[in-house]
Design a protein around this ligand. Sequence first.
Ligand code: GBH
Length: 520
Amino acid sequence: MISSLGGPVIPNSYIMKLLVLVLCSAVALTCGEVRQGRKFPDDFVFGVATASYQIEGAWDEDGKGENIWDYLVHTNPDAIADRSTGDVACDSYHKYKRDVEMLRELGVGSYRFSLSWSRILPSGFANHVNEAGIQYYNNLIDELLKYNIDPIITLYHWDLPQKLQELGGWLNPLVGDWFEDYARVVYEHFSDRVKSFITINEPAQVCYEGYGTDTKAPLLNATGIGEYICARNIALAHAKAYHLYNNVYKPKYGGECGYTFAVDSTAPLTDSEEDKYAVELLTQQQWAIYSDPVFSKDGGFPKELLELVAKKSAAQGFPRSRLIDFTEEEKAYIRGTSDFFGVNHYSGSLASPSLYTSQYAVPSSMDDIEVGQTVSDDWLQAASSWFQKMPNSVYITMKLIQNRYGDVPIYITENGWSSYGGIDDEDRVDYYRSALESALDALDEGINLKGYYAWSLMDNFEWLAGYTERFGLYQVDYDDPERTRTPRKSAFVYKHIIKTRMVDPDYEPESNVMTIDEGH
Ligand code: GBH
């Protein structure tokens, strides 16, 4: 996506100011100004999130099998910005007690982490369960429960067992069965104590970035082909894992099972009908292709996208569409299979067909929709090239979801800011404050937002960016074999927000010594 944002940046945008004005008057508040005294509801969940490959390390310890990120960093080191690996990462495999201590310091009610499929099933298949892997997650879960922190488990956060990749990974039509078998092992072992599961983290990043481009493992870059085959298989795989939970484990243990999508805030570049339609097309290409099959009234892929891809495919000489529709039976099987809408939200952009340039491969899903994006130069740039701070972006994102799916319960399962490092992280503090103010705007309007997870508890392996970009509330010292974690200013500020359930723009931490408050 870097290149798609590389288009003309609107200088000192008049349009942008108009847009902000319209959005702000729509919610009857002045953007940028913090309205004091608003509180998050008592049952609103505050948490932090991490993912297995990004923090655990111990890549080949105690029987763990190889996954696609192990394989990528070892066979193609140049693909990673600093040639680093997740071999040790934050060493959470050994330091999970310190992680839980940090959660207690922050005072969070919930911790979202993911399971390493190949730590539990080394080959990917369920014929052999690695007991040491089960033991590790049991230890972590029990440690969390000891301190009344609710575990929320993501089954899949991008680390597919390498053996399954060699069989085609998410492009193999049997992947849904493999995922269901893995899910059964997970539910069997953990659903007595874990009441919240997320099947898959960000299908778009699995399919589009991993198969339709080369920005995530397995770097397949089968543009306009891979992402569509994957989109079909992953929806079915998610649905299988959901039905299994819903039919077998929910009746026994209660609990919920959902699905998490990456949603950036998108607004039209101008007020024109073309630009508004561009927002819809970009939405379909970026996330609704994955979420409509589950959350839309009729199920299935977005209609306009199906038509566009069919038309383009025919013109390109393909005997059939590159995006294969579901059967009616499949649509019915997938529809309604999520107890909540999980959303990972970071950046934003402005969309218009007038910004489309022919920089994309043919075929590709960006070429299929012919929409371009840009950002305003007023938006602060994060350390990650793809990440700019769009004003009121949480609110805009919540509205996009609500307009599409009505009052579905929403959890923000990730949100946070990237820097290059340093303890005094004012930019991150500002980002969290604006994001949470924007979440309060959404709550004021009756949006069914139930919780918020900061990304991330600590610095971690940022995929192709290695350790060059930092998302942590805690800084991790990678030169230290102990991987010492030190709270940043943002950790103190987030703690204060959780404690008071309010965003105080003037709060300054009294000291840099972190303690555990009573009751945590
Ligand atoms: C989240 O994805 C992930 O769930 C998490 O693991 C990750 O650490 C976190 O973001 C921060 O990146 O084409 O190379 O410019 C957020 C989704 C990731 C979508 C970046 C857009 C652009 C990558 N976004 N991606 S690139």
